[in-house]
Design a protein. Structure first.
Ligand SMILES: Cc1cc2nc3c(=O)[nH]c(=O)nc-3n(C[C@H](O)[C@H](O)[C@H](O)COP(=O)(O)O)c2cc1C
Length: 215
């Protein structure tokens, strides 16, 4: 028992309660506190190696039946596809996202043919699983010193046309990826928001045994 406790203590030793401006109620790996979604980005070129490290992290996300419903299209600043995607963003996202190094469309495919079967089945958790892939991508980016910000604020028809999304793919978000830039370069109404935000307390998030009446 003592030996087991020592092992557990050792594995918890790297956990932290504070990182940057964020505090954890229970210590966690600093990565979870360090990742936050900046808007101010430098627009500097992003190496393909970095982009593919992000996709690789996403690739190993868990999914129902290992169906891997996530699909990505990326476009780097300066490319035609980047401008087309930028034009599809909402008026509140376009002004800051133009300084991203890359835009990534995250799509999910709910139709999946399980191994050994001929007909595709509908995977009800395709969006959920794709969200797990996005989280892995964002954490890998943070580990490599890049920031990411997901955007649901885009015109779906324009984005679909920009990346020639086939039927059966649901566009979930567009992600802006870049190196953190200067908050002063953001539109005035966004400048004060350029910092890590807080979270609801754990006591209102995780419950023992059953949900309370008010969640
Ligand atoms: C599905 C999704 C859609 C989002 N859409 C937008 C968006 O359109 N514009 C934006 O500025 N931020 C958007 N965000 C970023 C969230 O506002 C941000 O993740 C949240 O406030 C938590 O902050 P953090 O990521 O810095 O921890 C989106 C995030 C997610 C996951």
């Amino acid at each position: 028992m003592d030996c087991l406790m020592t092992e557990i203590d050792a594995s918890l030793a790297h956990l932290v309660s504070l990182a940057g401006d964020r505090a954890a109620e229970t210590p966690v790996s600093a990565l979870f506190l360090h990742r936050w979604s900046a808007r101010a980005m430098t627009g500097e070129p992003i190496p393909e190696k970095v982009l593919f490290a992000l996709f690789e992290a996403a690739r190993y996300a868990p999914s129902a039946y290992n169906s891997q419903p996530w699909r990505f299209v990326y476009a780097r600043k300066g490319e035609e596809a980047f401008d087309a995607l930028l034009a599809a963003l909402s008026d509140s996202n376009r002004p800051w996202a133009r300084n991203a190094s890359a835009l990534i469309v995250v799509a999910s495919k709910a139709a999946f043919t399980p191994p050994g079967q001929e007909a595709p089945v509908h995977i009800g958790s395709a969006s959920f699983d794709t969200g797990a892939a996005w989280a892995s991508l964002a954490l890998q980016a943070a580990l490599l010193g890049w920031t990411t910000r997901a955007m649901a604020g885009f015109n779906a028809d324009k984005a679909r046309a920009a990346v020639r999304a086939p039927e059966g793919l649901k566009l979930e978000v567009v992600i802006a990826v870049g190196r953190r830039g200067d908050a002063d370069d953001l539109p005035p109404e966004k400048q004060a928001l350029e910092k890590p935000n807080a979270r609801r307390p754990l006591a209102r998030t995780a419950f023992a045994g059953a949900f309370p009446e008010e969640v």
